[in-house]
Structures are given as structure tokens and as C-alpha cells.
Design a protein around this ligand. Structure first.
Ligand code: 5GP
Ligand code: ZN
Length: 133
């Protein structure tokens, strides 16, 4: 547990939160400022600031859990879609530096904005990026 990390305190039950799911590795809670009805956060109990710090054994459990809880939310709330969002770093919109996954149920004509303007893949960028792998 990291000092002064709000999500460490919530994940480990020191600060109460509306918990929709809990197991030995994770707690899933309702977001306090939901983008849509049912907006849920999956928090690992062990502190990791972001995806790059997340241990492999935790990482491999995250997507199956997102699938399970996302399906329950979508079905139970009669949503018509679901965004699974995970921000890493301030530039990417991360505001709480404890890894978390957003489950955002989507409804027709809702006001959620998870979009970007399409750019162009240049030959130079393509070459540079493919050269990284
Ligand atoms: P980020 O921008 O870091 O990806 O997402 C942080 C999310 O945590 C935001 O959606 C915000 O509403 C939510 N949040 C911040 N503080 C609290 C809190 O104390 N309790 C709960 N339940 N959600 C929080
Ligand atoms: Zn933490």
C-alpha cells in the first residue's frame, strides 16, 4: 500500500466505497463522478501506479474481470455498449496514479465522449514505429 494513495485506501477497505465486486486481488467500485449510469472502476488491491508497473499475474486477471463485470453491467442496466478505458500518465488523462480500469456502460444518445479526430499515418511514422518492434 502506498502512502496517501486514495485508491489504495479504497481498494483495501480503509475508506468506504460502493463496492460491486471484491476478491483477493481486486475491488470494483462505482465511480464518484460517473460518465454514465453504471460507470465502474476496477482497482487492484496492491498498488501499481499504472499498466507498466502492474505485475503480470495481476495484469492477466484484469481483462477477464472487466469482461465479467462489464457483461453484468451491460445486461443489468440494459446498456447498448460498453467502453473499457484505462489511462496511463497525466498526458493520457490519468488523474489518480493507482492503476484502474474504467467500465463505462453506453446508452443511445448518451453524452459520454470517448472520441478523437482521425489523423493520418505517414510513411515516416510508420517506418519509425515498425522499427521499434
Ligand atoms: P482517471 O482520470 O485517473 O483515469 O480516473 C479517475 C477516476 O476516479 C475518475 O473517473 C473519478 O471520478 C474517480 N474518482 C476519483 N476519486 C474518487 C473517489 O474517491 N471515489 C470514487 N469512487 N471514485 C473516484
Ligand atoms: Zn495505490
Amino acid at each position: 500500500m502506498e502512502n496517501n494513495c486514495i485508491f489504495c485506501k479504497i481498494a483495501n477497505g480503509e475508506i468506504p466505497a460502493a463496492t460491486v465486486y471484491e476478491d483477493e486481488d481486486f475491488r470494483a467500485i462505482l465511480d464518484l463522478g460517473p460518465a454514465s449510469k453504471g460507470h465502474t472502476l476496477i482497482l487492484p488491491k496492491k498498488h501499481a501506479a499504472n499498466l507498466f508497473e502492474l505485475p503480470e499475474e495481476t495484469a492477466k486477471k484484469v481483462l477477464p474481470l472487466a469482461k465479467k463485470l462489464g457483461a453484468r453491467l451491460e445486461e443489468g442496466l440494459h446498456a447498448e455498449g460498453l467502453n473499457v478505458v484505462q489511462n496511463n500518465g497525466e498526458a493520457a488523462g490519468q488523474t489518480v496514479m493507482h492503476f484502474h480500469v474504467h467500465l463505462i456502460p453506453r446508452y443511445k444518445n448518451d453524452t459520454v465522449d470517448v472520441k478523437w479526430a482521425q489523423g493520418t499515418l505517414t510513411e515516416d511514422d510508420k517506418k519509425e514505429i515498425l522499427g521499434l518492434f
